[in-house]
Design a protein around this ligand. Structure first.
Ligand code: FAD
Length: 263
């Protein structure tokens, strides 16, 4: 397999960097080809602005989605973005690795998504009409590929449990897993999350590294999160609501979008 790991940590001696090394070593030992995009090391530009769209007239109003569409269609995105799109097309599997900062990904990684997931590439794909709301959520450019997160968190496992004060980890990661990765077509694997890392002792490293190696070994066969496909018949078009007869009637929120034995 071909794997792209996008890494977002500013320090090469960090725990994240050590875990990245473990993951890459294991993937290569399994015979996979790995490319790493190290966002801080390469000084990734993390904001969307006019400089992203050289095709735009200097006095034209900047409408980011329209400019992204025009630039993608004209093959006129900036070279750094084009290189990342080529990496995404090359890879069978995408791994995003980051420390959880304010319950989200670091800004530099969000900026990678904002700039690389262009209109026509990651969104705005397929027929948009009253009958069809595009190719997304299980369909799209990146369909057939896998994606997963490697995340470190200062909070405890218990703090992210279903009744934990931080909110459940699957809920916190839903906007990334479902909104960013599933949206353009990836099959999304359960995340690898390491908790309590600010209290990490040297003795904690090897057991964690071994769990990560196991996840890397099983990357090709791990079952994806069973998100519902937008165009699989579960949603009313065009309001894109889950059909009333599906899911637990008392359930609201993110879990509605998982298909299960009772759905
Ligand atoms: P490091 O600081 O590099 O290392 C962590 C510990 O691991 C250190 O004690 C270090 O000695 C040890 N270590 C490092 N490498 C090794 C190694 N090779 N072998 C053995 N031990 C090692 N946490 C949350 O849960 N939720 C949040 O919303 C959140 N928001 C944050 C916002 C900001 C701005 C910041 C800075 C932190 C936040 N945190 C939050 C905590 C954050 O998630 C952790 O600090 C981060 O995940 C730690 O990862 P790191 O790679 O930076 O670890």
């Amino acid at each position: 397999m071909k794997i792209l790991l996008v890494f977002a940590h500013p320090e090469s001696r960090s725990l994240n960097a050590a875990l990245r090394h473990v993951a890459v070593q294991e993937l290569e030992a399994q015979g996979h080809e790995v490319r790493v995009t190290d966002l801080y090391a390469q000084g990734w530009k993390s904001v969307v602005d006019r400089a992203d769209f050289p095709v735009l007239d200097s006095d034209a109003r900047l409408k980011p989605a329209a400019a992204s569409k025009k630039s993608f269609e004209a093959d006129a995105l900036t070279e750094d973005v084009k290189a990342e799109i080529a990496n995404l097309m090359w890879a069978d599997t995408l791994i995003l690795q980051f420390p959880l900062w304010w319950f989200a990904m670091p800004a530099i990684l969000k900026g990678w998504v904002d700039r690389v997931f262009a209109y026509g590439f990651a969104y705005g794909v397929g027929e948009h009409s009253d009958k069809r709301w595009g190719d997304r959520y299980g369909e799209g450019t990146l369909v057939g590929k896998r994606a997963m997160l490697i995340v470190t968190a200062g909070g405890w496992n218990e703090h992210y449990a279903p009744r934990g004060i931080n909110g459940e980890i699957d809920d916190l990661l839903f906007p990334i897993n479902h909104g960013i990765l599933y949206y353009p077509g990836y099959d999304v694997l359960p995340p690898f999350v390491v908790y309590s890392v600010d209290r990490f002792r040297e003795a904690d490293f090897e057991p964690t590294a071994e769990c990560l190696r196991e996840r890397m070994r099983t990357l090709p066969i791990t079952q994806p999160i069973p998100y519902r496909r937008q165009n699989g018949g579960d949603y009313l078009i065009p309001i894109m609501n889950l059909r009333p007869e599906l899911g637990d009637q008392n359930m609201t929120g993110f879990k509605l979008h998982l298909s299960g034995p009772t759905s």
